[in-house]
Structure formats: C-alpha cells, structure tokens
Design a protein around this ligand. Sequence first.
Ligand code: BES
Ligand code: ZN
Length: 585
Amino acid sequence: MRADPHSHADLDQARTLELDLDLVVDFAQRVLHGTATLVFAEPVAGAVDLDSRSLAIEAVSDADGRSVPFEVGATDPVLGERLRLELPVPTDRIAIRYRTSPAATGLMWLSPAQTDGGVHPFVLSQCQAIHARSLVPLQDTPRARITYTARITVPGFASVVMSAAPGTIEPGADGSRAFRFAMPQPIPPYLLALAAGDLASRDLGPRCRVFAEPGVVESAAWEFADVERMLASAEELFGPYPWDRYDFIVLPPSFPLGGMENPRMTFLTPTLLAGDRSLVGVLAHELAHSWTGNLVTNATNEDFWLNEGWTVWAERRILERLYGSEEAAQQAVLGRMTLDQTLADREAEGASTALTYAQAGLDPDHEFSQVPYEKGFLLLVALERAVGRARFDRFVQDYIAHFRFQSIDTDTFVAFLRHTLPEAAPVDLTPWLQQPGLPDDAPAYRSERLDTLEEAARQGEIPDGRAWSATEKLVYLSHLPAEVDAFAVADHLGIDPESPNAELRSAWLTLAVRSGAQGLEAPLRSMLSSVGRTKLLKPVVKAMVARDDLRPLARELFDANRSRLHSSTRGALESVLAQARPPRP
Ligand code: BES
Ligand code: ZN
C-alpha cells in the first residue's frame, strides 16, 4: 500500500478506530482546550506517531491513567509536527490533554464585526485536506477512518454544530452550555467539523434543516428550498442516503469555500444567497459528496480526483434531473472553460495537470485546482459514453456499494473498473491519469444558447442581457475582449456593485479591472472586505496586481483583511501578490 505523503501516521503502529473529544471553546483566547481520547483497534506498545500542527500538548495518559512520554518533532512547513508517543505497556486507548493555537490553520475565529449579527464572536473549522491536525492530535490520513463522540462547551450565547448527530445540551453552572454529538459511522479525519456562534435554524423537510445566524436564516431557507428534491434525485443515482439526516449551515462570509461536504452538516458560503436560487449547484455538489467522498473516500490527496471528479459528475446529473439537460450542459460548458484556463495557467507555472501525481513535499492547499474536478468529470463522462448511460449507472451503484466506508486509491479504482466494466476497455486511461492536458478525444459539451452569447461577446456586442441566467451572464462576461466598456456591460446585464450574486460581481469586477476602467475603488474595497471565498477573491486580486495603479490597493486590502481569511485563502492570495512585478520606476 502506498504511504500517505501528507501524514506522519504509520498504520502498522496502530489504527485509531474511535475518537472522543471533550473541549471548551474559549472565544477570548481563541483556543479550544480539553482532552482527546483515541481508541485503537487493539492494544499496542512502543512508538505511535500522530499528526499535530501548532498544538500545545499538556499531558498524555494510557487506559490505566499511566503517564505516557511523548515528543513533539520539528515543524515541517507542509506536515506540521510529528507527535511521537512512547507507550510503556500495551494499551488500547490514550488520552491527550492539549490546547490549540490561536493561529490553528483549520480554525477561523471571527470577531463580532465579522458576523451578520455584529454582537457575538463566531468560530468555524475547515479541515480538508490536512488541517484536522491543528484541531486534534490524531492520525490525519483519510485511510484512518474514525467514529467520534464529542462534548463541546461554549458560552451561553452560542450554539454548536458538528459533522455528527446532535445529542443532549447540558447547562453549566456559569451560564455555559455543553453540546454533545456522536458520529457513529467511520469518517476520514478531514471531515471533522465544528462551528459555534449565535445560530438559528429552519426545517426544510423531514430530513433537512438549514442553520445560519438569525438574520440570515430566512433567506437561506428560501434559497435552498429544493434540498429535499436534490436528496431524492441523489438517492436514485447512488442508492439510499447513508447518513440519516442532511443538514447544512450557511456561515459568515469569511468561509473560504463555496461549500464543504462535512457529513450531516454541509458548510456553505453566504455568497450563494443570490436571491434567485442560481447558485444551488454548490449544494447539489456537497450533497453528492455524501456518497462520492464521504462514503467512498480518496486514500490520499494524490487520489483527490476520485472525490471531486465523481462529485462534479453527480452534481450535474442531479441538476439535469431537477432543472433539465440544458442547465446541466451549460454547467459542463462553464466547467470546460474553467478547465482550459486552469490547464494553461498550471502549465505556465510548471505544475502537473495529470489527475494523479506524486505529492510528497507539496502542500495540498497549494496543489488545489480545477483539474481534479473538471478533468476528472470528463474522464467519467468518457467512460459513460463508451458504455452507455444505463450501463454506467449500474456500474456507479456497484462502485459505491463495493467501496462504501473505505478509502481507496486510483489503482484500486482502475482495477475495479477493468474488472466490473470491461466494456470500457477502449478508453485509454493513461493520458487521463498520468499525462498533462486533455486527450484529443475528450468528451465535448455544447449549448447553442451559450455559443450565441460567446460569439456576441467575442464581437464586443453589448446586448440587453438583464433576463439572462447567471450562467449565461458568466459565460458572456468571460468572452468579452479586454478593452470593453465595463460600465456599459454592467448596465446592460443588470449587474451592480450591490448585486446579490457574488459570482457575477467577482466576474464583472475582474473584467472591469482588466479593461482598465477607473472608479473601481469602492466596489473593490467592498468585495475584498466582505467576501472570504478564494474562488471569488483570487481572480480579482490577480487582475488588480497586473495594474500599476491598483497594485497598492490590492496589497493594502489584503493586509487589512488577512485576519478574517482562512489560511488557505491567505496562501492563495499571497502567491498572487508575490507574482506581481514591482511597479516600473
Ligand atoms: N471538498 C471541496 C472543498 C475543498 C477541497 C476544501 C479541497 C479543501 C480542500 C468541496 O466539495 C468543493 O469542491 N467546493 C467547491 C464547490 C463546488 C460546486 C465545485 C467550492 O468551494 O468552490
Ligand atoms: Zn467537492
């Protein structure tokens, strides 16, 4: 079995099966502190290596309460610190008393001003790919699947959600409350998740509930009202939903992603609240991960395409069922546009564009790109087209059923494919998995509607597009020539700086900056000071640093906002800012 290049864990030393957390959330110090108990598959003695990152380890004891010597290794910039335990006698459980650092890369501590309510602080986690180790010392590799229980103590104003089933809430003497959780199904550690703050919730159906700050929950409930129908479509594709409830939370705007598939509690950005349900594809995507990712999981980050390629494929099938084949095709066209851009960018950087490649020494946050998503999607479509949809759909169900609750690598997928779907043999996998770019016979998607808009954009035409869908506007915007009159475009498309669709705002701002337009400081300030989603910030900042007159503003706004950004977003923006050529003298 290939080792995980992103973990210090050695599963031959020990295998963690269960985790119990008893933690206090200290908003003033911005730390979690308490005890993590790890239960191994069988008693072990001697060295056991765990992953940790900027944790303060206070004491370690074994099942009999005997103190366990431990050593925190040197910091590796990618992996963090190895925590080596030396178990004096065989034991099947260890308790670690510890505290997190205020700089924990997997946690975001938001001040009241960074929330919608403006009164109370907020904390949220984002652990994929290797940030769980900054919350809890553990074997932080997706192959070490664990069940978990937790007791999280917070001040009276706060409620807690986790990627787990909620249990009882116990009032404490000092006005605090302790929230209990249990995740009875084994998950990879990157799916550990927690958020705490002033939360409200609304039921959207028998299995789904939305959580958000009180001032946001109504609009969130409206935007995602289709969730039960999505769940029903996903079950038709993949089989019964295996995680009991599907709840989700709309977080404050600093959340770095569109969405994160934390089981039983998807995390979403509030930038999806466009007021017209145009961005619900992200919810379909996170829901689909309940099967592809959470149930069948990538063994290491080198197999990340198995999570995301499959999930994009599933997302588009769900959208097709709910909103028709034109909608699904448009999403695929948009995806191909992003892929072509990503392939060009990564090739220019000398980065790999194969679906799987060695990642030892590489930071998963840095390797993140649309390649595993969109190239992975196209590979699966190539397989689907080779055998026909009905046959492929049966294969998908077999695949999920065969590998449920396992973490698999690409070779395992290929062996299963060749054995279970021999009719797909004509598809040569080597160019997809091992080689750069796209094979010449990669599946293509077309939408006549989008072709027309693309052509109009290329000609620099600015028609009245107020009635277009958000996808249509996005495709049109990205094909306009650089020297276009950006304000005329905004006018004709009905995009304004207050426009609730943040994806459109980001795409328009990027275009406007590139076009050399003046008078952009106010909308740029507002975007860079409110949104935390990397995908929306990065293209805008990239366009800004290419302009001598806006480069200082990009730096200023980044410095002013870095404390409310996730470590991965900070890293992405820092590298964009570093690529900027200094202004010519
Ligand atoms: N699991 C990913 C987010 C992620 C990937 C976090 C890698 C950390 C490391 C999530 O499912 C995702 O793909 N989100 C997308 C939305 C989607 C519709 C493509 C996003 O946030 O943009
Ligand atoms: Zn995903």
